[in-house]
Design a protein around this ligand. Structure first.
Ligand code: ATP
Length: 404
């Protein structure tokens, strides 16, 4: 496969320039061929290769460095250190209206932008009808661009980029500016572009779009690559990190680890080893469970007074949203007695319906009346697999045709 882009060891440091003396020091340092000392490290040590036919989503929080990385890739800014090699016909659709002359008409701007993107006069004439149809802004095409709504500007920009038939399309949130029907049109176009072997880099805060359009994803955090790999996995990890951080902010999870509670959880085991191996162990503290597979759980509870504690389990998404919980009905279920006061309970959740992502699985020991939680053991589980549906659980469903 042909390599279209390679960046190695790329860093970008912006000088901090709040005081005149800092400005002078930064200027002197740059003049001397160095990087601004004590600057803000916006990108650090980025290595990335992109091959023809790949689709890469770049995700990360505000200020993580995503736009800066795109600017480095498209040559708009130079990295402070490192190298960027690009070997492709690139079309970038980035800041709204970038490259348009506001005083000129849409038609004139099409001509200018097309020539910048390498379209010859004849090619442009051949593709003009397609461009106008794609942009679909009617008579506005003859008005100066400064009279356009932001949606119209995006329509025009995308139409020209699409007509230039790039090898590599680099784009960001500008697509979100257009109305819904136009967004759908762009997504359909990108789908077709990728099917025909095109290559895409997409920066987006929409995890839906990243998972829909991209095979791979790169998660930037504080200017560094936090994860790079399969898009579904990276997005799940990113969302899980977000959720757990939200929880940290909102509440301290109250856990009752009952050192002194008389009914205790002695042990809790989840899943089977094969699943850990199959998923590739990314984190030994997290139990991998494939979506749709049975999840087996074993709880060993301790009841020192000869009475059997009631087991309960609960599943909570990483942001604290309760998903499900149930206690055993000891009238219906007799645990196995392992030794005096030690009981083993086995539980099976057949065809686990949780959506991919991270959850906390909690096993509780309740008093024999089933009223009070005495002890809790908690393990993080990661439901693996790919799914474009939304939500926490996957409900069985089918789409019913008109004749059914
Ligand atoms: N010209 C500049 N001079 C100084 N700092 C800058 C400059 N451009 C960007 N930054 C800083 O670099 C950091 C990364 O910015 P960048 O725009 O790349 O983030 P981002 O991930 O695209 O964020 P968002 O999701 O909000 O668009 C931010 O802290 C920003 O303030």
């Amino acid at each position: 496969m042909r390599r279209l882009a390679r960046i190695q060891g790329v860093s970008k440091v912006y000088p901090r320039l709040s005081r005149p003396r800092e400005r002078f020091a930064a200027f002197a340092s740059v003049l001397a061929g160095g990087s601004p000392r004590n600057g803000a490290h916006v990108l650090e040590g980025i290595d990335l290769e992109l091959f023809a036919g790949e689709s890469l989503g770049i995700v990360g929080e505000n200020g993580a460095g995503k736009s800066t990385l795109l600017k480095v890739l498209t040559g708009v800014i130079r990295p402070t250190t490192g190298t960027v090699e690009m070997d492709a016909r690139v079309a970038a659709l980035l800041e709204l209206g970038a490259g348009f002359q506001p005083e000129f008409s849409g038609m004139d701007n099409i001509r200018m932008k097309a020539s910048l993107l390498g379209l010859g006069r004849r090619e442009l004439a051949e593709r003009m009808d397609d461009i106008l149809a794609f942009a679909d802004i009617g008579e506005y095409i003859h008005e100066p661009v400064k009279h356009y709504s932001s949606g119209m500007v995006v329509r025009l920009g995308f139409a020209v980029v699409a007509a230039s038939r790039p090898e590599l399309l680099i784009t960001d949130e500008v697509l979100a500016v257009g109305d819904e029907s136009f967004q759908k049109k762009c997504i359909r176009w990108i789908d077709g572009f990728l099917n025909d072997g095109g290559t895409l880099i997409l920066v987006s805060h929409s995890m839906y779009l990243v998972q829909k359009l991209c095979k791979h994803a790169l998660w930037l955090q504080d200017g560094r690559v936090r994860a790079h790999g399969d898009a579904h996995t990276v997005v799940q990890d990113y969302l899980a990190w977000h959720e757990s951080r939200e929880v940290e902010r909102k509440t301290e999870v109250t856990r009752r680890k009952g050192e002194h509670a008389i009914y205790r959880v002695d042990a809790m085991t989840l899943g089977d080893d094969a699943d850990q191996d199959a998923a590739g162990v990314l984190d030994e503290h997290v139990i991998n469970v494939p979506m749709g597979k049975d999840l087996d759980v074993e709880l060993v509870l301790h009841g020192p007074d000869g009475r059997v504690p009631v087991p309960m389990f609960g599943i909570v998404r990483n942001d604290g949203t309760p998903v499900y919980g149930a206690a055993a009905d000891l009238d219906q279920y007799a645990p196995e007695t392992l030794s005096e006061g030690v009981y083993r309970f086995r539980l099976r959740l057949p065809a686990l319906a949780l959506m991919p992502g991270r959850y906390q699985f909690r096993g509780h020991a309740l008093d024999p009346e089933g009223l009070r939680v005495c002890d809790t053991e908690e393990r993080e589980i990661r439901v693996t697999g790919a799914c474009n549906d939304l939500g926490v659980v996957r409900l069985a469903h089918e789409w019913v045709g008109p004749d059914e």
